[in-house]
Design a protein around this ligand. Sequence first.
Ligand SMILES: Nc1nc2c(c(=O)[nH]1)N[C@H]1C(S)=C(S)[C@@H](COP(=O)(O)O)O[C@H]1N2
Ligand SMILES: [Mo]
Length: 338
Amino acid sequence: MSTAAEYSTGSRIAAPDEGIGLDELGLAARNHGMPLEALRYDVTPAGLHYLLVHYDIPAIDPATWRLRVDGAVRRPLDLDLAALRARPRRTVRVTLECAGNGRALLRPRPVSQPWLTGAVGTADWTGTPLAPLLADAGLDERAVEVVFTGADHGIERGVEQDYQRALALQPALGEDVLLAYEMNGAPLPVQHGYPVRLIVPGWYGMAHVKWLRAVTVLAERFTGFQNAVAYRFKADADDGGQPVTRIRPRALLVPPGYPDFMSRNRFATWQAAAVEPAPGRWAWSRWTYRWSAAPGCHELLARARDAAGNVQSVEQPWNVQGMANNMAQRVTVVVSAR
Ligand SMILES: Nc1nc2c(c(=O)[nH]1)N[C@H]1C(S)=C(S)[C@@H](COP(=O)(O)O)O[C@H]1N2
Ligand SMILES: [Mo]
């Protein structure tokens, strides 16, 4: 007898000397990172924005597409694209980062989408705010969570599912939470969620459900796979873990010159860089540091500290699924004598 569980791969940790496997290569070839030189653009050109698709990109006909808004509401809604576009319009500049960014740098290495540091990007997302839509549907006073369902379907660690993520009511009602139908002023590219995706500024990528087809208000906690099993900080396989939510601080630098991995020279001290004002509340800020480079091989590290004092560490923050690894970026640089 064949079951989904038998033919679906579970999560595991790579052996100490184990390289990236063909399954991980397949994932990396489908889901690309942003080339770090694209950090030069405040708004990432859509084709350079990182991409993460768990299953297949679904085929959606915009003429028959509908968004259901139902569950613990008094007036369920059924909206087509024209009705959604006729609602109030808002554009928000938002930096997205996959919670798995940095996973392939962990030792031991959790086997999954093998990101280095490129699973980031910033776009101008245009859509209609979610909160007024939920108000129109008439939230029931028992409402506690909102589940967002995508049109994509697959199997993950033996569990067959539609891609679904829930948000507690309070973050779901944030004023910049959008049902977005444009990215950088053009209709969403199919791979980024056409025709409509959720945007939850400040949260790791998994919350921003693409190919949205239903918004369901729940009077109880959601127990679906992506909230209860995936996207949790777990110390080991038996740990229930804490949920992965908002993006941790991270500084990235455009790698200068050509890196060389022959030596491991380091700077022993941290120097403050000049940080420019953020181009938006939810978007990355440009920073610069003038470096008087001496000839030789150097390793540059960059790290950020947020207003609350959370700082990136140089040591890896390890957990069993390789989530939210925001350790300082390292770039090896050879400076040649003139
Ligand atoms: N429906 C659906 N939404 C999804 C996903 C998915 O596989 N299916 N992947 C999520 C994850 S893990 C990330 S990191 C972001 C990636 O968004 P992007 O591909 O537009 O960069 O989409 C999220 N939304
Ligand atoms: Mo992700």
